[in-house]
Ligand binder design. Structure first.
Ligand code: NAP
Length: 302
């Protein structure tokens, strides 16, 4: 098996990982990003970015820009995901990846982000990709002029509903509480202004099924209403991606990694980090901090 040795190994190619790569590369540290299967993480799925200062375009465009910038300072960015992390600061961190290689690092920055929480109701798993979707910007295109439903009541759900309202004929948002109190006011106001968005509050879904001999779905609410729809978009939060780490690594009650409680020589940035507001701007900030900590650690151990 091939083994490659680095000063800094960054896991994840979202805004946190790419920022860390820029800083580590620019500090002349031999740096590699194991960027997962798609560049940019969740950012790559944003059709129109409005709240990252200095950029107005799509999220993938920003990811590509950040990648080039990091590469211009020598960072290597590859398409591979870590499957395990062993070793320690003394002997080096040994990272196995799904490209069949092993990467050894003096330091590691965890920036593997979070993934959409899956809907665990009858039928949801079977119908994923066949009417049930976790990505409005990826799949919304298929619902031109159709009727869709969005489940959830946070910023992601409201953003998805607004995006879909430009494509679909109608959008119903199903939310288990009485008002969108956890979402930003600017999004709530936009939802209220849209004539083709209807909000179903104080209800949840208990079942989704395919309508026989059609592409439609029928969802059943907790109060036994049956509603037909062409697509169900689920936006019920995110879970930190830490499967590649063993259970001994301390997590908070949301499964995120806690800076200061990680093994010496390892650092964390972005949505996988405890107590973060999940935003591109915060991911960039923590990516910068993690890289500067890794650089200081390397310099003090030379
Ligand atoms: P979130 O803010 O945690 O909201 C998750 C939503 O899903 C909540 O409405 C929650 O309901 C609901 N939910 C959770 N589990 C559920 C279940 N089992 N069944 C039904 N409903 C369920 O998550 P998010 O919207 O994915 O956002 C994640 C983070 O990214 C947040 O910090 C958010 O602010 C940020 N974000 C920001 C923007 C932006 O434009 N600024 C865009 C997207 C995301 P309850 O309210 O009842 O718990």
């Amino acid at each position: 098996m091939d083994i490659e040795m680095y000063d800094v190994i960054i896991l994840g190619s979202g805004p946190a990982g790419l920022t860390a790569a820029l800083y580590a590369g620019r500090a002349n540290k031999k740096t590699i990003v194991l960027g997962g299967q798609t560049l940019g993480g969740q950012m790559a799925q944003i059709a129109k970015l409005e709240n990252y200062p200095g950029w107005s375009g799509d999220g993938l465009g920003l990811a590509e820009f950040m990648k080039k910038q990091a590469e211009s300072f020598g960072a290597k960015i590859i398409c591979a995901s870590a499957t395990s992390v062993d070793g320690d600061a003394e002997s080096g961190f040994n990272i196995a990846a799904d490209d069949g290689k092993r990467y050894v690092g003096k330091t590691v920055i965890f920036a593997t982000g979070a993934s959409p929480r899956k809907l665990e109701i009858e039928g949801a798993r079977e119908l994923m990709g066949r009417g049930v979707s976790y990505c409005a910007t990826c799949d919304g295109f298929f619902y031109y002029g159709k009727d869709v439903m969005v489940m959830g009541g946070g910023n992601a759900a409201l953003n998805d509903a607004l995006y879909l309202a430009d494509i679909a004929r109608s959008v119903k948002i199903v939310y288990r509480r009485g008002a969108f109190t956890r979402a930003e006011e600017v999004l709530r106001n936009r939802i209220a202004e849209r004539k083709n968005i209807e909000c179903l509050f104080n209800t949840d879904l208990k079942k989704v099924a395919a309508v026989p001999d059609s592409d439609k779905l029928v969802v059943t609410t907790m109060d036994d209403q049956e509603i037909e729809t062409d697509g169900l978009f689920v936006a019920i939060g995110h879970e930190a991606n830490t499967d590649y780490l063993d259970e001994g690594v301390v997590r908070d009650d949301m499964g995120r990694l806690i800076p200061g409680k990680l093994p010496a020589g390892t650092f964390v940035a972005g949505d996988v980090r405890s107590s973060i507001k999940m935003q591109i701007a915060t991911a960039v900030g923590t990516g910068c901090t993690a890289a500067m900590d890794a650089i200081a650690y390397l310099n003090s151990h030379e």
